[in-house]
Design a protein around this ligand. Structure first.
Ligand code: FMN
Length: 183
């Protein structure tokens, strides 16, 4: 079976290289709308959506994350990133940052999926990016939170990077051995 929703789910992949073209405000508003349409337990909507297009902020967040990884005793992650071009945000022009209230982790995951599928449906690439936690939870966290208007009483939930893919990617092979039907 197929329809536009199933097709978007099947085609989506984590995009790890972006062109410099910035999505339009109309596209970003449509994605942000999809984000806040996500279901949440008791409809508490324990999230905020901050759309960051400021190149200086994105560069500073990335440098902070790379510096942190470079200073870890275990250099495996740093070396992996360096071997892949030295980027943790892959030149993405936009970050959807999702601050959440305590306990909002699952709801946040659904928001992320709405963002990635909405982005895909608009011809954009995306990748859910947990690495953005590093700068917001790190030594300069307060400074970064102030720069992006991070709300009081919220913590880092997740980020999703969005932009135009620099090249085509492929979705991962679905592992249907994980599925069982009962009855
Ligand atoms: C919670 C979460 C955090 C993730 N963080 C990162 C990240 O920091 N950097 C990255 O390149 N990919 C990240 N990913 C993307 C996964 O690596 C990716 O979804 C997985 O490898 C499957 O590939 P696909 O998305 O192309 O199907 C994250 C995904 C999830 C769900």
């Amino acid at each position: 079976m197929s329809n536009s929703v199933l097709k978007a789910i099947a085609e989506r992949y984590s995009c790890r290289g972006y062109t410099e073209q910035v999505p339009t405000d109309e596209q970003l508003k449509a994605i942000a709308d999809a984000a806040v349409m996500a279901p949440s337990a008791m409809n508490l909507q324990p999230w905020k959506i901050i759309v960051i297009k400021d190149r200086d902020i994105l560069n500073d967040l990335e440098s902070d994350a790379i510096e942190y990884l470079a200073n870890l005793e275990n250099k495996a992650m740093y070396e992996r990133i360096m071997s892949r071009g030295g980027k943790v945000f892959y030149n993405a022009p936009v970050m959807f940052l999702i601050p959440i209230k305590e306990g909002g982790e699952l709801d946040c995951g659904i928001v992320c999926q709405n963002i990635t599928l909405a982005a895909h449906s608009l011809g954009l690439g995306s990748v859910i990016c947990g690495m953005a936690r590093i700068p917001f939870d790190g030594a300069r966290g307060q400074e970064f939170k102030e720069r992006v208007g991070f709300p009081e009483g919220y913590k880092f939930g997740m980020s999703v990077l969005v932009g135009y893919p620099a090249s085509n990617g492929t979705p991962h092979e679905p592992d249907r051995s994980k599925i069982t039907f009962v009855g």
